[in-house]
Design a protein. Structure first.
Lengths: 271, 381
């Protein structure tokens, strides 16, 4: 019996370790490679010996001074922030509307709003490409902002809906009985209380836009290259550890986002 | 603001239905006087809360009209009705301090910061929560939150305040304390209060008048003592306090007093509304109005009953007895008798046959309540 128990524990540990290795190793391996002194995607002998001379910040410097990378970063931020603002406003309004008892056909509308999340991106992107082209919006910043807003809105709808599930509707009634109009009620009572949901939805929407490459591939021109699109080009055209430096930066950025969401969740839970 | 004889609030033939079939509120007629404390009392689902929500403007009547200060309010949204509202779960804004909660309606009305602070201070004084300005609702006890909710409903000086089971979440001791508090505040300010509760003791303790709701209608509206002493319907007779109900038929009528045959006995009873011999009535006799082992001839109603059970309840004894023969056709009627626990009540044991009696005026002959059956059929209106 004790032998079985030990075997079980070892197997359990082995499986868990394997899962983590497969999940994390491919991501972690990128980080040191980004500090490679040589223009290769592989570990040099010097790197394996931990020779300081084999490591360098040259690729970070390249990225930080390269006009294309800087423009991609600017594009990503501008598109990401704009799409996030649109997705957050629309998603929050949609969630508030869906939470109203007067809302007809709620499951249908909810399904429609969530659909960009479950539709394969390649399909949305292809569809958007044809639709936006006919409106003259392809190869414009506005087009990509709108496309990313559509992809990001479902996250806001879901997080805000979840927050509203615990929202006491008597609070809005109380505000009305005290004389507040709907806008003041929203600003002073609802928004402060659902803010954690709105904010984490906004972060998800931003991350969606920031990571997104497929619609940008379809709809973006040279002027609209974002960081993921620039990486895509980099991998195909000029294999350089600069991509890995950017990737390391993105990993750090994603960790910061996840940490923020988790912090918000805990703060929300403790209230 | 209006002449003294204009009622503050009027429900004029108000109907409310959510599905178009079942009437939650049916042909409601009710006026609330200026400065009155009126309680809507009834079991859950009787329509009392729906009435309050219609008055506040959160629900729209499907028929009839509601007037406040003589003006119809159908087109007035809740925020413009200027009604203070206390919710069952308090509905305090959890992200604002006590002062922030109280200042909210003042801020909405554009009061200057200093004036608002002064009003907030006075409102907290009124509910005896001085010094709590900086606390958040989450840091207060249930009773304190309730006081803040009341202060917030009063701080903008509305003429009309609605309270929806505001004491439901408090324990008994605190509830009784708050009943006095609310009554004191209402008298101090002279505001009109419409109060909803399902607790008949609460309604009796606080109200100028009580409207007893049952299945979407008002059964009776009267001051507490009248409801208790002179119930007009069997529902009211049993909902307010304890009562013994006996079904029977009128055999003869002599002015206000009639003879009723019930359980094989003839009982003299007070006729509440005109009835003819042969009509069905329900007799209602309060357990504490039944005299035990009286000197013969004390009462015009005297019967022998068999004591079946006795419960000692401290200040009184509760005797369960059977009137009539258990084995006879139709059986016997159950009777509850309350005997005050005072010196000389005499020893009564289970199984004893004792003589009981009551005066005809303590025995009210009511029209049987047939509306429950009628109400079960959808859409009578």
């Amino acid at each position: 019996m004790s032998g079985d128990g030990r075997f079980g524990r070892v197997a359990h540990l082995a499986i868990c370790t394997a899962v983590f290795v497969f999940l994390v190793a491919p991501i972690l391996v990128i980080v040191p490679l980004g500090f490679n002194a040589e223009p290769y995607f592989t570990f040099t002998e010097g790197m394996l010996r931990l020779d300081p001379a084999a490591y360098s910040l040259r690729w970070y410097e390249t990225v930080a001074t390269d006009e294309q990378w800087l423009r991609a970063l600017a594009n990503s931020l501008v598109i990401g922030v704009s799409a996030t603002v649109i997705a957050t406003v629309l998603g929050t309004m949609a969630a508030l509307g869906l939470a109203s008892p007067a809302m007809p056909a709620r499951p249908l509308v909810m399904g429609l709003l969530i659909s960009p999340m479950v539709t394969p991106v390649i399909i949305s992107a292809a569809g958007m490409f044809f639709f936006y082209s006919s409106l003259g919006l392809s190869q414009t910043h506005i087009g990509i902002v709108l496309a990313h807003a559509a992809l990001g809105t479902p996250f806001v709808v879901i997080t805000v809906t979840a927050t509203l599930a615990g929202f006491d509707t008597n609070l809005t009634r109380a505000a009305a009985s005290l004389g507040a109009d709907p806008w003041r009620t929203f600003r002073r009572v609802q928004l402060p209380l659902i803010a954690p949901g709105v904010f984490s939805g906004a972060l998800f929407a931003f991350a969606t836009s920031f990571d997104e490459v497929v619609t940008v591939l379809f709809m973006g021109g040279l002027e609209q290259r974002t960081i993921p699109r620039q990486m895509w080009a980099g991998i195909r055209e000029q294999i350089s550890p600069a991509i890995l430096a950017v990737a390391t930066f993105l990993i750090a950025f994603a960790l910061a986002l996840m940490g923020t969401v988790e912090w918000l969740r805990r703060r929300g839970a403790s209230d | 603001m209006e002449s003294a004889d204009t009622p503050h609030v009027v429900f004029d033939g108000v109907f409310k239905s959510y599905d178009g079939e079942v009437q939650v509120v049916e042909d409601l007629r009710l006026s609330v006087r200026e400065g009155e404390f009126l309680t809507l009392l009834g079991p859950s689902g009787s329509g009392k809360t729906t009435c309050l929500m219609m008055l506040a403007g959160f629900e729209a009547p499907t028929g009839g009209s509601i007037r406040i200060g003589g003006k119809p309010v159908e087109d007035v949204p809740p925020r413009k009705r200027d009604i203070g509202m206390v919710f069952q779960n308090y509905a305090l804004f959890p992200h604002m301090t006590v002062a922030g909660n109280l200042a909210f309606p003042l801020e909405v009305r554009g009061l200057r910061r200093n004036d608002a602070a002064e009003r907030v201070r006075r409102a907290l004084e009124l509910v005896r929560l001085e010094g709590f300005e900086g606390r958040r609702p989450g840091e207060l006890s249930g009773g304190q939150q309730q006081r803040v909710a009341i202060a917030r409903a009063l701080v903008f000086e509305p003429d009309l305040v609605l309270m929806d089971e505001p004491l439901g979440a408090l324990d008994r001791r605190l509830r009784e304390e708050m009943q006095f508090e609310i009554r004191r505040i209402q008298r101090t300010l002279g505001v009109t209060v419409v109060y909803v509760t399902h607790d008949q003791q609460e309604a009796m303790a606080m109200s100028d008048r009580v409207a007893v709701f049952n299945a979407g209608r008002i059964e009776q509206i009267a001051p507490p003592e009248v409801l208790y002493e002179e119930p007009e319907r069997p529902f009211v007779a049993t909902f307010i306090g304890d009562n013994n109900l006996l079904e029977g038929r009128v055999s003869s009528v002599d002015g206000d007093i009639c003879d009723v045959v019930a359980g094989g006995e003839t009982v003299k009873a007070f006729l509440v509304s005109p009835r003819q011999p042969g009509d069905a009535v329900v007799l209602a006799i309060r357990p504490e109005r039944i005299g035990l082992a009286p000197a013969p001839g004390t009462y015009s109603n005297e019967f022998d009953v068999v004591v079946e059970d006795i419960a000692f309840l401290g200040d009184h004894l509760r005797v369960r007895a059977a009137l009539g023969d258990r084995d006879a056709q139709g059986g016997a009627a159950d009777f509850i008798i309350k005997i005050p626990n005072v010196v000389g009540h005499g020893a009564v044991l289970a199984g004893d046959t004792v003589r009981v009696g009551w005066t005809p005026t303590d025995c009210r002959a009511l029209v049987p309540d047939e509306r429950r059956a009628a109400n079960a059929a959808p859409n009578q209106a």
